[in-house]
Unconditional design. Structure first.
Length: 270
């Protein structure tokens, strides 16, 4: 299981390290510790911390937030696909929405499908039919994000995340957002975006390849090799994956593996 330190979690959630420590002290998560007693967070921990911070910001009583987060911790798997999961405050209830299902975070009971809109008059419910009438123009959003990449990469990333929130299977937004985060050296956030994209979109050689490059840049070479191999399962003639595998296998002394991938790379290049 991949783990993250306090600094990486703070970067991913866009809060201070002090705020992260405060949420941990409040008991919202119980992260593991490494041999030097430093905190190590899982994907599930990141989601729960994000949930807690959003609900506290929405003025939900801390006792209620604590109960909801504890209930979520019991129900959610350790390696959670974050894409497609939305947690919202609706009156005095905390609702969890995933694909095809909406339930009460504390009780686990099903709720009617809805979305939430915050406005000057507080929070109101949007019925499913109303959502259909206001279908977002994803193509225009994506074009705007592309136009912002060079001039304002932070705004481009925000736009890609906006697209993903509206369409959790928009693979190009995962790819581009992850790449921009990688370039900004926001390693944990980039990895999270790539893994969310893989969970939501299924087989995509580019997502696995980009994840592998990120893992390689972080000296996690065995994980990088596995990700390149997954890219090849999606696209057997993915030449860049063959090239990088040949290089990594050569560096680790696995000559036969390196030769096989290098030969495949040359065949794909013809």
């Amino acid at each position: 299981m991949t783990v993250y330190d306090v600094r990486e979690v703070a970067t991913t959630l866009r809060m201070s390290s002090r705020a992260v420590y405060g949420l941990v002290r409040s008991g919202f998560v119980t992260p593991a510790r490494d041999p030097r007693r430093r905190l190590q967070f899982s994907f599930q921990d990141i989601l729960l911390l994000k949930t807690a911070s959003r609900l506290i910001a929405a003025s939900i009583p801390r006792r209620k937030v604590t109960r909801a987060v504890a209930a979520l911790r019991r129900r959610l798997p350790a390696e959670l696909p974050l894409a497609g999961l939305r947690i919202s405050a609706v009156g005095d209830r905390i609702a969890v929405q995933s694909i095809g299902r909406t339930w009460d975070a504390e009780t686990g009971q099903g709720m009617f499908a809805f979305d939430v809109l915050a406005g000057d008059g507080g929070i109101r419910l949007i019925e499913p039919g109303e959502l259909l009438k206001a279908e977002p123009d994803i193509d225009d959003w994506f074009a705007r994000a592309l136009s912002l990449e060079n001039s304002d990469p932070l705004a481009a990333r925000e736009q890609y995340l906006h697209i993903i929130a509206a369409d959790d299977q928009h693979v190009e937004s995962y790819i581009n957002c992850g790449r921009l985060l990688h370039l900004a050296r926001e390693w944990a956030a980039a990895e999270l975006v790539y893994r969310n994209g893989i969970a939501a979109c299924g087989t995509c050689a580019t997502l696995f390849f980009n994840l592998a490059v990120l893992l390689e840049d972080r000296d996690r070479f065995d994980e990088a090799i596995a990700a390149y191999q997954q890219a090849l399962q999606c696209e057997p003639d993915h030449r860049d994956s063959h090239h990088n595998l040949a290089r990594l296998f050569e560096a680790s002394g696995r000559v036969q593996h390196a030769i096989r991938h290098f030969n495949h790379y040359r065949r794909c290049s013809k």
